[in-house]
Design a protein around this ligand. Sequence first.
Ligand code: HEM
Ligand code: SF4
Length: 527
Amino acid sequence: MFVAGNNPIEKIKAEKDGLDILQEIDKIAAEGYDKISAADVERLKWIGAFLRKKRPGYFMIRIRITGGRANSKQVRAIAQISEQLGNGVLDITTRQQVELRAIKIESVPQILKDLQDVDLNAFQTGLDNIRNVNTCPISGLNPNEVLDAYPQAVEFTDVFLKNKEYTNLPHKMNVTITGCQDNCTHPESQDIGLVPALKMGSGPIEKGFNVLVGGKMGSGGFYNAKDLDVFVQPEDAAKICSEIALLFRDFGFRDERTKCRLSFLIQDWGIEKFRAELHSRWKAKYGGSLSRAEADQRSDDGTNHLGIHPQRQPGLYFAGLSIPVGRVTAKQMLELARLAEFYGSGEIRFTPQQNVILTYIPREKIEALKEEPLLSQLSPAPGPLTLGLVSCVGIDYCNLALIETKGIAVQVVAELEKRLGKENISSLRMHWSGCEAACANHHTADIGLQGIKANIDDRIVDAVHIFVGGKTGKNARSGEKIMELVPVTMLPDVLELIIRNMALLKKVRRNTEAEKRVVMVPMDYAA
Ligand code: HEM
Ligand code: SF4
């Protein structure tokens, strides 16, 4: 068993389990915001309530939606909570979750109950917990997938949710379990990534997962997950994830916060030692040996599943609708629920690209769906830059943000699509993070923007560092930083130049031997 580490969050967890706050929430809510201790502000993250320091007295509630799959009843409940107890603004996150804004602590018990009534929850969505388990948002519908991994995502979630064996990890854990070949959940950046694999023995081909471990994004930079050299059948998927989480719990580093992710344990031990330790725990608990990795079925590309496409079920279609930068109003959510019921199965799926998918639409209803007014806002065929646009929350609500992100991202992309002509540009993934924490995964985007403040003649302005050439998939790599401190007002000009030269810039690589920095300065601004 682990020993508590030496950092402020470890001290808070050592005093009592974060989940215990659930028993105290009625009292905390009754006493009001002013009485909440600093330690309880952190503990509230175990039940999904995040104080937004930028808006004193107001919380964000992060709703866990396993694999992004929700139904119209749940979406309607979320929209109603937002209208009645929040500010009518909702954010879809890159972990397929939904965030409620501007919530008072007095409302939290009622919201937890309302969520429970529709089989939703917000537990363990922050701090040192296993975060929302991601899976391909068209799992079970995709004609090309190796297997539908949603049942395994649910099974693993059932293991750790409200289970105190898993509520004091050294840091957060991001997990994806996917049978999709198209890397839509970027498994290479997750702490645990189960990816589709086929075992081709002498008997029938077996479908299952290879296991990747120790991926991460963030201030220490992107770290490509290591191949654990393990193949698991679907029935063992939840077990292998649980054992990796417990190994991390027991041996993960617990001192310097920035060095606590699983990645650092694996870098320290080496992947062979990590595998050997996992193997001996597996043997002791389940008997038998861990199998070696089998044929990895991932393609080399990423996708976002936007547009209207046939499902594997004959005559039925799914509609992937773009939500620019993931922000919707409660009214739009209510309308989505109506459309899902009227045209499809009532299901609504959220994607890791902050978009939404309606499912099981009969062929004969597609034309009418396309004519719905909501689809002029949330389009199945957005512009080439809009469809790959992802943004973190930025300065609107995040106290760590250095710049505004969502609004400026939408403006800049609209301007670029106008200047370049939608028909002249190939689609690309542009991700905006408001600071170096990199919550929008900007390191793996075609164009990644990281917010920073710049000083121009003693005037502090919003600016970005620009990264180009990031890639998800089997051969994932981090983008190269090609420009620093570019004021956001210059972005339409600078990004126009970059996009025009994208093919070349994607090849730019730092000369690591000489540690030579490649900095591009457009001629107009060189003076
Ligand atoms: C320096 C470490 C980090 C800090 C302090 C941090 C902080 C935050 C904060 C404050 C938010 C909530 C903003 C809001 O919606 O109001 C957030 C959201 C988020 N962050 Fe980070 N973050 C960090 C690192 C990362 C990393 C490395 C990733 C992985 C890519 C990540 C992924 C996310 C995601 C996906 C969300 C949206 C909520 C969700 O679905 O989980 N963050 N982060
Ligand atoms: S990247 Fe920075 S600004 Fe954006 S949500 Fe994460 S911590 Fe906040």
